[in-house]
Design a binder for this molecule. Structure first.
Ligand code: NAD
Length: 355
């Protein structure tokens, strides 16, 4: 029987509640599909500060690097907000992503038919939307040097090397091959030199993927098109800052933040996590929506473990739960037949897999 080592980081706030439900579902699906998942817990964020004094203990870095993949909840909370910047949970998270070398952030935005009314856009605009935003995560203007602010003048540097563009482009084209085979590369090549290199390099990589249709779009137009006609997109490929903004726009097309998974992948390992934070305002109340984390676990099965059938089973079970009217409080306004707790939603989804 195939065995995989999964690093679990539950983190703070609702992190432990939602990750427990994802594990429940992973157990059901691994049993159904005949493979074994061995979980190892690691500390990060506020809880790590409380227990070890630092937000990112060394054992967490080495433990995750020695695993097949990492399932991550969320970190942070008011309790740690007054600490010095280098000691804060969020600093630990940035260091963690850098240490793991996860340069590609994948954020799917998929509309569940049952929740079309949860979006602020009209149903006819969003029905059938299925977008994958591929954002470069550890380069570009967020990391470029030099950077400074002396109180009178401040600057940052937007920089990409050709190699950085090649590796993220390959990820986007590989993903497109498994989807609708369309990549839209987003840049600002009419103004920025770095975007011109981006565009030229993406064109070069595209030659290795003749089956994939490549288009280019300026970022300002892309922001508009995402809201005007999101169905036109399959894979959106873009850099760090543009991806940060566009992936949030794409995700809100869907409706609730509690529904959106993500994957951060690189050459060493991959981290799977919901896009939301630790939601301290609802922690411990049993009302957090675990679906984003359960979907993230599904992405882990598909992209890191190659267990696509298991991932599809999770997807179908979530759709069935929504179709039968199970809703956590955040989406209770949309055709709820049963308003359920975090744990009950996990049970319902796991049970649909067992059946
Ligand atoms: P948040 O995403 O935690 O919460 C925003 C709002 O969405 C809140 O009202 C919350 O109750 C709601 N929400 C979030 N997830 C939900 C879920 N699964 N089900 C139902 N409702 C949900 O963002 P925030 O309030 O800005 O940040 C809270 C803490 O999380 C901060 O300390 C922040 O630094 C941290 N944070 C961590 C990550 C991460 O770990 N990757 C990401 C973002 C924010």
């Amino acid at each position: 029987m195939k065995k995989y080592k999964i690093a679990i980081i539950k983190g703070d706030g609702i992190g432990p509640e939602i990750v427990d439900e994802a594990i429940k579902v992973l157990d059901a699906v691994s049993y159904a599909c005949g493979f074994t998942l061995e979980y190892e817990d690691y500390l990060m964020g506020g809880i790590a500060i409380d227990v070890t004094g630092v937000p990112l203990p060394d054992e967490t870095v080495s433990g995750v690097l020695n695993s097949d993949a990492c399932l991550f909840g969320a970190i942070g909370g008011e309790k740690w907000d007054t600490l010095a910047r280098e000691l804060r949970p969020e600093t630990g998270l940035l260091k963690f992503r850098e240490a793991m070398g996860v340069y590609a952030n994948l954020r799917p935005a998929i509309i569940y038919d049952e929740l079309v009314n949860a979006s602020t856009l009209k149903p006819e605009v969003i029905e059938g939307v299925d977008i994958m935003v591929v954002r470069e995560l550890i380069g570009g203007i967020y990391f470029g040097q030099p950077r400074a602010n002396d109180g009178q003048k401040a600057y940052n540097t937007m920089v990409y090397t050709k190699d950085e563009i090649i590796r993220i482009s390959k990820q986007a084209f590989e993903l497109a091959m498994k989807r609708d085979r369309r990549v839209c590369s987003v840049d600002k090549a009419n103004v920025l030199e770095v975007s011109q290199l981006w565009r030229d390099t993406v064109e070069e990589v595209a030659k290795d993927y003749p089956e994939v249709e490549l288009s280019h779009m300026y970022v300002d137009n892309a922001a508009m098109q995402l809201v005007r006609n999101p169905k036109q997109f399959d894979v959106i490929l873009t850099g760090n800052i543009f991806g940060d903004i566009l992936s949030d726009t794409a995700s809100m097309v869907v409706g609730s933040i509690g529904l959106l998974p993500s994957a951060s992948t690189g050459d060493k390992t991959a981290i799977y996590e919901p896009i939301h934070g630790s939601a301290p305002d609802i922690a411990g109340q049993g009302i957090a929506n675990p679906i984003a984390t359960i979907e993230s676990a599904g992405m882990m099965l598909k992209y890191s473990l190659g267990e696509s059938e298991a991932a599809t089973m999770i997807d179908s079970a979530i759709k069935k739960a929504l179709k039968e009217g199970y809703r956590t409080k955040d989406i209770a306004a949309y055709d709820a037949k049963h308003v359920v707790t975090t744990a009950e939603m996990g049970d319902v989804i796991a049970n649909f897999i067992n059946k």
